[in-house]
Ligand binder design. Structure first.
Ligand SMILES: [Mg+2]
Length: 278
C-alpha cells in the first residue's frame, strides 16, 4: 500500500460521508470481520449509509442480521439495497408500474411497495439474485419482453460469495441470472447496482451530501471501487473479501485512494486523512 503520509493530500475540509459495502467488508456470511464492531462505533457520528448489491434481503432483515452478529443497532433507513434502488428508480420513471419479478423475497417486497405485480401485462421484467429462475419463469419473462417489457437487473455481478456452515461457496449473481433473458430476447438489461451510478447517487442524495464528499469503502475492485471512482467518490479498499492481500491490482481498473489490509488499517488511515477524529 501507499505510505500514510501520501494520504494527507486526500483530506477534505468540512464534512465527509461514508458509503459502506457490507459483504466482505463487515462480515462473511454471519461471521463479523475483525474490527467491524469498533469501526461501526467510530463512524457512528459521521453521515453514513450501507449500500449493497445484494437484493435478496430487505433492509429490515439486514439490520436484524447485523444486530445478531453483535454489530449494533442499525436503522433500516441506513441500508440501501439494489432491490430498493431498483424499485425507487422504476417508480421515478413510471409511477404505478407493473412488473414481473424473478428473484428473492427482498426484490418482491421492494417492488410491491411501489409497483404492481402482473405476469400478463408487465412494463418491466425485473431479475435479481436468489431463487426464482426456472424454465417457466424464463418462458414467461420472454413472452413479456417480446411484447415490449423492459428488462432490468438489480446488479451485474457474475457470482456472489456465500458462506454456509463457515465454508465459502459461490452463488450465481444477478449478471448470471439475467443472461438467459438477454440471450433469449436479444435485449440488454438495464443495470441498477454497483458499478453503475444509481446506487451511489441515491445514497448521496439520501445523506444530503455531494458525491465528492463521500468515501466508498468496499472489497471489490470491479464494482465498489471502479463504480465510485468514475463518479468522483473517494475510494477505500479493504482486502478482506474475495480480493486478498498480495493480489495484483487488475490493470484495467482505477486504483483505490486507500488500499488497506483490513478495517484496523482503514481506521488508522481515515484518522490520518482527517475523516475520523484521532
Ligand atoms: Mg462486498
Amino acid at each position: 500500500m501507499n505510505r500514510h503520509s501520501d494520504y494527507r493530500s486526500l483530506a477534505t475540509p468540512g464534512k465527509s460521508a461514508l458509503l459502506l459495502d457490507m459483504d466482505g467488508v463487515l462480515y462473511h456470511g454471519t461471521r463479523p470481520l475483525p474490527g467491524a464492531a469498533r469501526f461501526l462505533q467510530r463512524i457512528a457520528p459521521l453521515p453514513h449509509l450501507f449500500i449493497t448489491n445484494n437484493p435478496i434481503r430487505s433492509p429490515e432483515e439486514v439490520a436484524r442480521r447485523l444486530a445478531a452478529m453483535g454489530l449494533g443497532e442499525v436503522p433500516p433507513e441506513r441500508i440501501l439495497t439494489s432491490a430498493e434502488a431498483t424499485a425507487r428508480y422504476l417508480h421515478s420513471q413510471h409511477p404505478g408500474f407493473r412488473y414481473f419479478a424473478v428473484g428473492g423475497p427482498g426484490l418482491h417486497q421492494a417492488l410491491a411497495a411501489v409497483g404492481r405485480a402482473d405476469e400478463h401485462q408487465a412494463d418491466y421484467v425485473v431479475v435479481g439474485e436468489g431463487p426464482g429462475l426456472d424454465y417457466q419463469t424464463l418462458t414467461q419473462g420472454l413472452a413479456l419482453l417480446t411484447a415490449g417489457a423492459r428488462l432490468v437487473v438489480t446488479n451485474p455481478d457474475a457470482t456472489v460469495d456465500d458462506w454456509a456452515d463457515g465454508r465459502h461457496r459461490l452463488l450465481p449473481g444477478g449478471g448470471a441470472l439475467v443472461a438467459p433473458f438477454e440471450k433469449a430476447s436479444g435485449q440488454s438489461a438495464l443495470v441498477i447496482g454497483k458499478p453503475e451510478p444509481l446506487l451511489f447517487e441515491m445514497a448521496a442524495e439520501r445523506l444530503g451530501v455531494a458525491l465528492h464528499e463521500c468515501w466508498m469503502v468496499g472489497d471489490r475492485p470491479d464494482t465498489d471501487i471502479a463504480g465510485a471512482a468514475v463518479l468522483g467518490i473517494k475510494t477505500a479498499l479493504v482486502r478482506t473479501g474475495r480480493f486478498q492481500p498480495g493480489d495484483p491490482w487488475p490493470a484495467e481498473l482505477p486504483r483505490p485512494d486507500l488500499d488497506c489490509r483490513d478495517l484496523y488499517e482503514l481506521m488508522d488511515v481515515l484518522e490520518t486523512v482527517g475523516v475520523l477524529p484521532s
